[in-house]
Design a protein around this ligand. Structure first.
Ligand code: BGC
Length: 783
């Protein structure tokens, strides 16, 4: 045993302090799920402010390092650690078509690729909640295994207008479909014990000047269309977090709106998670704290200082800060980082690739199939394959929704794998074209960027004489029309919604040359948003719509073309004849500045440009099919449309009113064709007016059968509550389910209403809600 000899009283004192220290340190609480109150009490003001501000902008290759390098490279953001209190940093990464992190890291030859899954719009085209849940469970597993705590997804803004550059990330023009899809997405990801951040809350419906744009929306449209999907998702799936948007809503930044972040989200819908900003904050950080925006992302030191100063000068009650800190701590204790999960960095990418392929195949929409053109057995048939996109197939959109995938199957590979023989002269032509254009960029030291904006080469013209030759040498033609779009800019009407002159000519020449010889023409639409189809669709025998289907999507297209998969996807939005048919087109920047105003680049002082500085949602609730069906507008393809290689009959529905004033309905669906297939049944309701103008029909439920063999049937059941049937009465600040007769349609698409039933509601249902007080400068609009 060692003897300690005390030489002086000073030394004695020193030792007494050292001996006392362990008990002082242990008196400091270390965060656990049951001592959050104690931890908040122990926190200094500086620590509280620090926790509410993210750890800085993500490090991207060549970028500046600001704090989260040591966590997961290429993740979008983090929360800061406070070691003293046992609070670890946590990691936030995009979303939504797969995890976005850097695929390589210095100092290791290991790779960190993620799987590029189908985009949100394609997942929604499946109308299959269990398929979405299964797919996103795989996305969540990649987040978990790469050390990410929250996936910044799903994106669920409503497809108000076809030209929003980010529609590809979002689900639908309909709030019920969007809300249910997002809920399934959240359940899938969160089943891994990692979180989601449903975004962008709310009204981020255009990219043009998205940081400053003021969305001027009436309360009925807001509640019935733009918030309804978030409400459904919050109530049905309890997402860990919500991301507020960049834009303003009725005069106020959404990240500073108490009405939105507290009134609607928490008080009305019962959300009990954390709210974070989108990746950039406004000057008035204390206003965001007060409003209930708990976490500022990506976060910088100035924001911490602003919070501290505001508490010190009394303009920000410390209780508000404490409330937000509590929500952040409640989030942190749920995370894998807090629980010390040892991630493998080795998710099963092979298994996930096959999930991605199946999800794409189950969701692809068959728009046209004249005379049973498809499926086609490959059998070594010779194919003339056209379009820049055949070698430059687009798996997903640009911006934060990009996924760094290990590979991307293109149409050349996919059709070859499936057993077709591709005309090598045509493939060679497109291959050289894309390589040449890449080389031109390389010459000036640049390369195609997939960050913001559109980085696809225009289709080159193909001489008619060559097409005539191809028609002689091949058995059929496949044309791939491609579009890329994404974060930071909107699409335009002239050569993005509408086909370019070169594309138009290609379709028409291929149609003329191949049809003259009795050979078929198939068009594949590799697009992120709706395009014009009416003027040229009759020139194609079949049209296949895979949207942007992920890294295995081209294989899924081949699966549908050859009949390995019987298509069962249906459109989650309407395809109009003309862009201007959408009422929102009157208030959408389709031929102005298309880009977002970058941070730090202010709009000219006092600028007040329509559809850029502000956008009036004058169409109110008349979005998508709600408008088209009520007006009887001619469409190219209606909402909910999609063909199958088999046919289905619907039996007589049974419908029972429920005690709460809703209904339960059952219908039998039978496969009456000759191959196995799945059918999506859509339940639309026509409601009595009760003094309000209402759409002729609204989607109130949907279901998809399992794979039914020929002759096999399945009963689908739908439950709709009284509240689900309500419309919002602005004048009385209440949801009202009007008394009267409700007609319930069972439909294959919104224009193919197969069966109907009805029920009477004796007494109206009423749910009173709070009246929002909008932005200081702008009165609530009345449309
Ligand atoms: C996007 C978000 C994304 C975030 C982090 C923002 O610019 O709007 O959707 O999650 O960046 O990358």
């Amino acid at each position: 045993m060692r003897t300690i000899c005390f030489r002086s009283p000073v030394m004695l004192l020193g030792i007494a302090v050292i001996l006392a220290l362990p008990s002082a340190v242990s008196a400091q609480p270390k965060l656990s799920a049951d001592n959050i109150d104690q931890v908040i009490k122990a926190m200094t003001l500086e620590e509280k402010a620090t926790l509410c501000v993210g750890g800085g902008r993500a490090v991207t290759t060549g970028g500046v390092s600001t704090g989260i390098t040591d966590l997961v490279r290429g993740a979008a953001g983090s929360t800061r650690k406070i070691e003293r209190l046992g609070i670890p940093a946590t990691v936030l990464a995009d979303g939504p078509a797969g995890l976005r992190i850097d695929p390589t890291r210095e100092g290791t030859s290991d790779t960190f690729y993620a799987t590029a899954f189908p985009i949100g719009t394609l997942l929604a085209s499946s109308w299959d909640l269990s398929l979405v849940e299964e797919t996103t469970a795989a996305i969540g597993n990649e987040a978990l295994e790469y050390g990410v705590d929250v996936l910044l997804a799903p994106g669920q803004n409503i497809h108000r207008n076809p030209l929003n550059g980010r529609n590809y990330e979002y689900f639908s023009e309909d709030p019920l479909l969007s809300g249910k899809m997002a809920a399934a997405y959240v359940r899938g990801v969160q089943s891994n014990g990692v979180g989601t951040s449903i975004k962008h809350f709310a009204l981020n419906n255009q990219e043009t000047n998205r940081n400053e744009n003021d969305a001027l929306v009436g309360e009925r449209a807001l509640r019935e269309i733009y918030l309804k999907n978030f409400e459904i998702t919050v109530k049905e799936s309890s997402p860990w977090t919500v991301m507020s948007s960049y834009n303003k809503l009725n005069g106020e930044y959404t990240q500073q709106s108490t009405d939105l972040l507290t009134g609607f989200l928490r008080d009305e819908w019962g959300f009990d998670g954390m709210v974070m900003t989108d990746w950039g904050n406004k000057d008035d950080t204390p206003a965001a704290v007060r409003a209930g925006n708990d976490l500022m992302e990506p976060g910088n030191a100035v924001e911490i200082e602003r919070i501290i100063a505001a508490v010190r000068d009394g303009s920000l009650p410390e209780a508000d800060l404490d409330r937000n800190v509590r929500r952040i701590l409640e989030y942190i204790v749920k995370t894998p980082s807090f629980k010390g999960y040892r991630h493998s960095d080795k998710p099963d990418l092979k298994a996930h690739a096959s999930i991605a392929r199946r999800a794409a195949g189950e969701s692809i929409v068959l728009l046209r199939n004249e005379g049973g053109t498809l499926p086609i057995r490959a059998n070594g048939q010779k194919v003339a394959l056209y379009g820049e996109s055949i070698v430059d197939f687009v798996a997903g959109g640009t911006g934060s929704g990009t996924v760094n995938k290990a590979y991307n199957v293109d149409m050349v590979e996919a059709l070859t794998n499936a057993g077709f023989k591709l005309d090598p002269s045509i493939v060679g032509f497109y291959d050289e074209y894309v390589r040449f254009n890449d080389a031109v960029l390389a010459l000036s030291g640049t390369q195609r960027t997939y960050r913001y904006g559109i980085s696809k080469f225009d289709d080159p013209a193909v001489p008619r004489s060559a097409i005539d030759l191809h028609a002689q040498n091949n058995d059929l033609a496949v044309i791939v029309l491609g579009r890329i779009s994404g974060e930071g800019s909107d699409r335009n009407m002239d050569n993005d919604f509408n086909l370019t002159e070169v594309e138009r000519q290609l379709v028409s020449d291929v149609h003329a040359a191949f049809h003259a010889l009795g050979k078929k023409v198939i068009v594949v639409l590799n697009i992120g948003g709706v395009i014009e189809t009416n003027s040229w669709k009759r020139m194609a025998d079949a049209i296949v719509l895979p949207w942007l289907p992920g890294q295995e999507g081209a294989n899924a297209v081949a699966d549908v073309i050859t009949g390995k998969v019987n298509p069962s996807g249906k459109l989650p939005m309407s395809f109009p004849i003309d862009f201007m048919d959408h009422p929102s087109s009157a208030n959408f920047p389709y031929n102005q500045v298309k880009t977002n105003t970058p941070f730090g680049t202010a709009r000219p002082a006092g600028s007040n440009e329509k559809d850029v500085d502000y956008t009036r949602y004058e169409e109110g609730i008349w979005v998508g099919y709600r408008y088209f069906e009520t007006k009887g507008t001619e469409l190219s393809y209606p909402f909910g449309y999609g063909l199958s290689y088999t046919s289905f009959s619907y039996g007589s529905p049974e419908l029972k009113a429920t005690p709460d004033g809703g209904f339960v309905a059952r219908i039998t669906v039978k496969n009456t064709g000759s191959v196995a297939g799945k059918e999506v049944v859509q339940v639309y309701v026509n409601a009595p007016s009760g003094g309000l103008e209402k759409p002729s029909v609204e989607l109130k439920a949907f279901g998809k059968t399992r794979l039914l063999q020929p002759g096999e049937s399945q009963v689908l059941t739908f439950e709709v509550s009284n509240y689900d049937l309500a419309s919002f009465d602005e004048s009385a600040s209440q949801w009202v389910t009007a008394a009267g007769t409700y007609t319930v349609y069972f439909a294959s698409n919104v224009r193919d209403l197969r069966e109907k039933a009805s029920f009477r509601l004796k007494n109206p249902g009423v749910v009173k809600v709070h009246s929002p007080v909008w932005g200081h400068s702008t009165p609530a609009p009345s449309f």
